[in-house]
Design a protein around this ligand. Sequence first.
Ligand code: NAD
Length: 341
Amino acid sequence: AFVFSEPNFDAHEQVVFACEPKSGLKAIIAVHNTNLGPAMGGCRMWNYRDEAQAVNDVLRLSRGMTYKNAVAGLPIGGGKSVIIGNPKTDKTPALFEALGEALERLGGRYVTAEDVGTHHHDMAHVASKTSYVAGLGASGDPSPYTALGCFVGAQAAVKHHLGRDSMEGLVVALQGLGNVGYDYARRLKQAGARLIVADIDQAALERAQAELGAQVVAVEAIYDVEADIYAPCALGATLNLGTLDRLKARIVAGAANNQLATAEIGELLRQKGVLYAPDFVINAGGIIKVCYEYLDKPENEVEAHVRRIGETLAEVFVRADREQLPTSTVADRLAEARFKR
Ligand code: NAD
């Protein structure tokens, strides 16, 4: 009895366990909420320790997508799928075709996309069996839009918390110079910020030093640097009881998913006077782009929509001050006001 009692089960509309023995497919498709439209969220492939861990992951992630998509003002609901298996050794075209057949049986209530462990090549196999796949790579990587959302989000935070219209001279401690982080760093630099960066990838660090004049620190030292903004763009749960006291930044604005190790950290950040731009609000640029593409909405309107992330965050910050609540709680309530009936 681990499904209904799972804390993240929340109010999931439908959870499908899809199994296809010939290809070896074992997938869980979680449709959290479709009040605003078909549930959209990526398909993760992971070598889960056991089935309970896979259930926990898919339920947690699908619920998160409902909140992210609702706050972003998209006409879609929230869902997610996971394939149990090793993405390095267990991938076959048949596996993804079988997933496509399972999605087809759901009749469009859930639309998938690539995620951790899956690639748009895999999604092409899914697409041979169903049209309920988004982000097939037709117009490229959504990361630049995620980076744009982070940048306008950081601008909104600076305006609200530091009373400044400009990034000139601000110091940003940026963790993770990947697809999103590097582009975000480039925008910050263009706006006059000074970058202190950490990554485990030496080549990315060298490029940031050469192109952006970034100062490099050791991976663990990023939490201790004197900075105005901390920008987590690598891993989740970096805001935790071990890092909170070390952070000097007054603003947290970064792309990583699930930045708060536990919900209580949101309140602790507030008490410390740190303005936290909730992850699922600030990092929605990519899903906005993917959603526009899937729904055939005009490409030239994507940027304006992504820029509205700044306005949404400004609204969250004002409400959080007024109600003396963590920004993360206010963002949850904003989402719920949109998707709950
Ligand atoms: P990525 O894999 O391209 O980049 C991650 C970077 O972090 C890499 O350069 C990696 O070397 C570095 N890294 C890994 N471990 C690290 C550590 N311990 N310390 C410092 N750096 C470390 O991923 P991405 O697409 O840029 O996404 C970054 C984050 O943003 C992820 O958490 C992702 O879930 C989230 N996100 C991405 C998008 C998107 O559009 N790509 C959208 C929403 C959220």
